[in-house]
Structures are given as C-alpha cells and as structure tokens.
Design a protein around this ligand. Sequence first.
Ligand code: GRF
Length: 195
Amino acid sequence: MKKPALRLVVLVSGRGSNLQAIISAIQNQKLKSQIVQVISNVAGVQALERAQNANIPTLVIESKNRSKTDFFNEVLQSCLKANPDFIVLAGFMKILPPEFIKKFPKKIINIHPSLLPDFPGLSAQEQAFRAGVKATGCTVHYVDEGCDTGPIILQKSEAILADDTLESLSSRLLLKEHEALVEVLAKLEKNNPKK
Ligand code: GRF
C-alpha cells in the first residue's frame, strides 16, 4: 500500500460528523491521509461507530470519574504510540493541558464553529445567534494553551439570515466546518515535507 500523506489521530466526544467528513474525503480520494486511530473520551458515541464502519482502529479512554492528569496521560501515551503527523480535535469536548500540547507543537488542529476570536468556548453557534450579528462562521486553528486561541489556519463565513433559527444556522455552519476541515488537511498534506 502507498504511504499515506499524513498519519492522523482524531479525538472525538460525540456525533462525529467532522470525523465523517475526513473519512469520506479519504474514501473519495480527496485526501491521501490515513486516520490511524480515533480516540473518544465517551463510550458508545456515534463517532466510534463511524470509525468502525470505516475499519479505523478506535480507542475509548473515558474521562468520566477519573483525574484529569490520569486521563490525559493515557491519551498522550496512546497518541505518542500512534505517532501521528497531526492530531485533529473533531468535536473533542476537553481542553488539552499544556504538557500534552508541548509534545505536539503545531501538530494539533481544532475546528470551532465561529469566526474566532469571536465566540470562543462552548455553544459558539448560539452565542453568535443570540448576539444578533449578521454573519458568523467556522475556524480551523492550531491548538495552543488557551481556549480556542491558537493561530488561525482557515476561516469560512456564513451569513445569518433573517428567518434563521439556531438549528438552521447550526446545520449550515456544520457543512462549512466539514469543508474547512478537509481543505485544511489537503493544505497540510501539500506542505508535508515527507511527500
Ligand atoms: C462541531 O460543531 C465542532 O465545531 C464543535 O463540536 C461540534 C462537533 O460536531 N467543536 P461533530 O461531533 O463533528 O458532529
């Protein structure tokens, strides 16, 4: 088999539609990367099912009922073992500790549903919707030690229409997220010196 352009580890916590966008782009040969491991901090989520359907190795490392240090140590060890070129946070609802980030400098990317630096943190779509702004969007950025503060790689904007509900806006934004994430990975593949 041909060597993948990038070895990816994807961290998830739930639905996994962003993970699915990457899987589909690989299946459709829009991306030449390989997802070598999907790690979820929650058991039984749809993201795990999506990975299993695509024959991607999955790992559940539950964050519930254990110390943050213990949890992240285990995730770190698994990531080091998988030896990825990039770690993708695709709906991973935990903030990585500085010790973790230091091990993968400029190798961790996150997708966030707002035009950062506006509306960081949780429920970004709702924050934008309630703020009454005319447009919002999504951001793919490198992960640094802050919450949604790392260097921006790509943003896509989306108008908020007069008749939008939070649901209609969120579903359009999600499609933009999928596009942005795949576009960024294609760009990172191109820039990868290994190629
Ligand atoms: C996405 O909106 C992502 O930006 C945010 O959490 C959501 C995850 O969705 N961080 P999914 O699990 O990829 O479907």
